[in-house]
Design a protein around this ligand. Structure first.
Ligand SMILES: [Fe+2]
Ligand SMILES: [Fe+2]
Length: 142
C-alpha cells in the first residue's frame, strides 16, 4: 500500500479521496506492470485511466472548495498546480489515443502520476492542513 497515515489532512472527505486515489493509482501501476502481454491488459489499463481522469477532477474540485471555505491564502497557486496536472493528463491521454494505445507512453505516465501524487499530497496538500491548524479552523468545514 502506497498510502501513509502521515498524508492525512484531518478533513474526512479529502482524506477519503486521497486514500482512494492512492489505491487506484497503485492498482493502475500493478496492472501496467503485470507480467502479461500489452494486448491482454490494454483494456483494463484504459478503463482505469478513464476512471482516474474523472476522479482526479472531482477530487481537485472538492479540495479547492474546502480551501475556499477556510479562506486558504494559497488557493490561487494551488488551483494552478491542479489545472496544470489536469492539462498534462489530458495531453497524455490524447497522445496515447492517437498513438493507438502505445505501451511505453502509458508506462512512463504511470510512474510520473505516482510521483506527482506523492509529492503533491505530501507537500502542497499538507500546507492546507497546516494553515487550518494555525488558524484554528481544522477539523472540517465551517
Ligand atoms: Fe489532493
Ligand atoms: Fe491538491
Amino acid at each position: 500500500m502506497l498510502w501513509k497515515d502521515k498524508y492525512e489532512l484531518g478533513v474526512p472527505i479529502i482524506d477519503a479521496q486521497h486514500r482512494e486515489l492512492f489505491q487506484r493509482v497503485g492498482d493502475f501501476l500493478k496492472t501496467l506492470r503485470s507480467p502479461v502481454s500489452w494486448e491482454e491488459k490494454v483494456n483494463s489499463v484504459n478503463e482505469t485511466l478513464e476512471f482516474m481522469k474523472g476522479y482526479v477532477v472531482e477530487h481537485f474540485h472538492d479540495e479547492e472548495e474546502y480551501q475556499r471555505s477556510i479562506s486558504y491564502p494559497g488557493y490561487e497557486a494551488h488551483k494552478e498546480v491542479h489545472d496544470d496536472m489536469v492539462n498534462y493528463v489530458q495531453e497524455v491521454s490524447q497522445e496515447y489515443e492517437s498513438s493507438g494505445y502505445n505501451e511505453k507512453l502509458m508506462q512512463q505516465f504511470g510512474g510520473r502520476l505516482l510521483s506527482w501524487l506523492i509529492n503533491h499530497v505530501a507537500s502542497d496538500d499538507q500546507r492546507i492542513a497546516a494553515y487550518a491548524i494555525e488558524k484554528g479552523v481544522a477539523g472540517g468545514e465551517g
